[in-house]
Ligand binder design. Structure first.
Ligand code: ZN
Length: 456
């Protein structure tokens, strides 16, 4: 399977998709590790963190409205510049636009059997141990805290036992710079030096997840520079094998990281993951930057997963009352559904939270096993297969945006910032997203995310 990975999009979706289309060999999937800026209309701009002049409408609104369709299946996570109210509607994951699937605050899916996990947001020490206390639409400092990763999700990540092929995060796992060509990185970005030296560059919780889950690949962005590395798990002093790392993992400008002969062996190893994780961060999506990478990965050998099929293009919307068709390529991950079912009642919406239970106790492990059995017997047995396709159930919540007739041409409009739409742009409402409601019902959990939202 051939996939493309991109760095921070920052609204430049047209550029990304034209670059993907220009690749010599077509890809089956595009992965985006945050800062997509899924801004549906000017009303989403107040939820984007950053100064007003920095908030731009970008290209996404046309993919949301249906004026354009993503030409390749796109799986994304959130970063620290996002339409936060919109992403919150889909915090358990869902389609943000046809053919564009958001993994949620934390989530795992399978694309043609390939197991893809993603953790949205960036580390922020002050908010890490809080609940999801922000109200929506977000105001004030909640516009920043809402994209900070939470201990609740790290607690859930450490429950994952089955091997993960690809993990997406926005910020880098701490210490990753020591596993690649640090000198070249520092030559490009000398200001990183103090944080690298003190071990504060990136997310320590993400590093803990990397070391525990040991995915075959880890893709990130956020730092707006291209950097490749290889983490050797279990190596006694993995940070000192610079020669080997440079040879295997360094992604010089234009150099590909595809062709991974160790993959099959590594995947077959006992334990929770692979012997090594290949890390790659890419630059921001701007002309002339190194923002796109094609990677060839072996097709999954997971029993019961369908083989390659042509990409699907979810329909724009589903007529009321019709059961949506399920994607042939994108499936729910059964272990993750079980973890969500077993843990969602521990999610807090308060600032101060009770300590989370120890998930390694016999009692909690029994809870997880029970949830897994429930997923299998209740959700899977009725499908007659081993997989559960994600419904193609994208629907608008906020009204789609059409550029005003007095601003002809997309580019002129897309570049407009929040202030161009007037200081009095009304924030988007909190919507009840039907995808989230359906997900909660399917897994048997309460919808605490947007129960009082306006029906979209
Ligand atoms: Zn960025």
């Amino acid at each position: 399977m051939r996939i493309a990975v991109t760095g921070c999009v920052h609204g430049n979706l047209d550029l990304v998709y034209s670059a993907v289309s220009a690749l010599e060999d077509p890809v089956d999937l595009l992965l985006v590790s945050g800062d997509v800026e899924t801004i549906r209309s000017p009303s989403d701009l107040p939820s984007v963190a950053g100064p007003k002049w920095h908030r731009h409408l970008g290209d996404f609104y046309a993919y949301y409205s249906g004026a354009k369709v993503a030409p390749v299946m796109t799986i994304l996570i959130g970063g620290n510049h996002e339409a936060s109210d919109y992403l919150w509607e889909l915090h358990h994951g869902g389609w943000v636009a046809p053919n564009m699937y958001y993994l949620g605050g934390a989530g795992v899916v399978r694309f043609r059997g390939l197991r893809i996990a993603g953790w949205s947001g960036i580390y922020g020490e002050r908010d890490y141990s809080c609940g999801n206390f922000e109200g929506h639409p977000v105001t004030g400092t909640d516009r920043i805290s809402c994209f900070h990763t939470r201990e609740f999700d790290k607690w859930r990540w450490l429950m994952v036992r089955e091997p993960v092929d690809i993990f997406l995060s926005h910020d880098w796992p701490t210490g990753i710079a020591h596993h690649g060509d640090k000198e070249t990185l520092l030559a490009k970005r000398p200001t990183f030096e103090p944080d690298i030296s003190s071990g504060r560059l990136g997310s320590a919780p993400a590093r803990s997840v990397l070391d525990t889950l040991r995915p075959a690949y880890w893709f990130a962005s956020h730092m707006h520079v291209r950097f490749g590395a290889v983490v050797h798990h279990g190596a006694e002093d993995s940070g000192t094998q610079d020669g080997e790392h440079a040879e295997e993992g360094n992604a010089d400008e234009g150099r590909d990281v595809e062709g991974v002969p160790e993959w099959t062996t590594a995947r077959a190893m006992a334990g929770r993951g692979t012997a090594k994780t290949k890390f790659l961060a890419l630059d921001k999506c701007l002309p002339g930057r190194s923002f796109l990478q094609a990677v060839t990965v072996p097709d999954s050998s997971t029993a019961g997963q369908p083989g390659p099929t042509p990409p699907t293009f979810p329909t724009q919307s589903i007529a009321s009352g019709d059961a949506p068709a399920a994607s042939a390529d994108l499936h729910y991950d059964l272990e993750w559904l079980a973890i969500v079912r077993a843990t969602e009642s521990y999610r807090s919406f308060a600032k101060d939270v009770e300590p989370l239970p120890n998930s390694t106790t016999d009692e909690f492990q029994a809870r997880l096993r029970e949830a897994k059995e429930w997923v299998r017997s209740t959700l899977i047995s009725s499908t007659g297969t081993d997989v559960l396709g994600i419904p193609l159930s994208f629907r608008h919540t906020a009204p789609p945006f059409t550029p005003p007739p007095d601003v002809p041409g997309k580019k002129a409009t897309a570049k407009k910032s929040a202030s161009d739409f007037g200081a009095d742009v009304a924030p988007s409402q909190a919507y009840l997203n039907s995808q989230t409601a359906a997900f909660c019902e399917m897994v048997g959990i309460a919808n605490g995310l947007n129960p009082g939202g306006v029906q979209g």
